[in-house]
Design a protein around this ligand. Sequence first.
Ligand code: PSU
Ligand code: MN
Length: 305
Amino acid sequence: MSSFMKVAPEVSEAVKAGKPVVALESTIITHGLPRPRNVDVATEAEKIIRDAGAVPATIGVFHGVPTVGLTATEIEELANDDTVGKASVRELPIAAVTKRNYGTTIAATSLLAVRAGISVFATGGLGGVHHGASTNFDESADLYALANNPIVMISSGAKAVLDIHATLERFESLSIPVVGYQTDNYPGFYVQDSGFKVPVRLDSPEEIATAFTAQRGLGLPSALLVGNPVPKDEQLDPDLLHGVVQKAWDALDEQGIEGQAVTPFLLEYIRQETKDASLDANVALYRNNVRLATAVAKALLAGAE
Ligand code: PSU
Ligand code: MN
């Protein structure tokens, strides 16, 4: 392992011993959820994984060092740091100079997880093609990281603020397999259905493990995207979401927000407009994804025996 990143001993030992490990991102902690709920959710996610007999690896940049397996104290510092950055892949080398704390996006987290030998990653919603990308070129670096890092990625679809049709087209162009977990619909992040279909439906952690084992065996470079819908009784009201996304896009244009600030702005706007209902849905879907990821990590290892 290079000296440019740090892997917690518990994580590297688990990987070496063939124990199940689940990677978690930290932008959800630093930019996605408000305080103090961010620490609670991060702590609960790790507990869900441990209680099911696996090892959690929360990933972020701590004092400039990309770290796989942040300690509870490190997570707390990131969560409460007013100057914390958002690190996608291209910020990782810069952190060696700034020595700052950063939450890592799905892109940066999946790269670090794969470098550490981890096979499964749970998150909330993926980055993808932004609304208006045909003129503003705003596509998340998540797309390219997903094309280049072989990991099972459990999410509830792409973030609801994105151009979902264009995002699904990009997944296809980049040869990234996309499956629905117990559904034929591509999940819509805060809601069960994005309005688009998935090409394939898989119904158990074992099927997901089989597909990923074949994918790895063939040497495919990409992630396997598993769309796991938010439980129906915990989804955001789909009619409410539709109107609020439109308003969020208008506010974005009006305020001239660009670059890395776009996704956090849109999600925070929706949280305020829905009086925290979107936040509740976000937490619920995340929990559900952490559970499935743990089951997949175990199934992958059972299949390898
Ligand atoms: N949740 C948020 N804000 C974010 C993200 C999640 O509230 O910024 C992160 C995710 O980690 C995802 C990234 O990987 O946003 C995509 O951002 P961008 O569109 O800038 O690539
Ligand atoms: Mn962007």
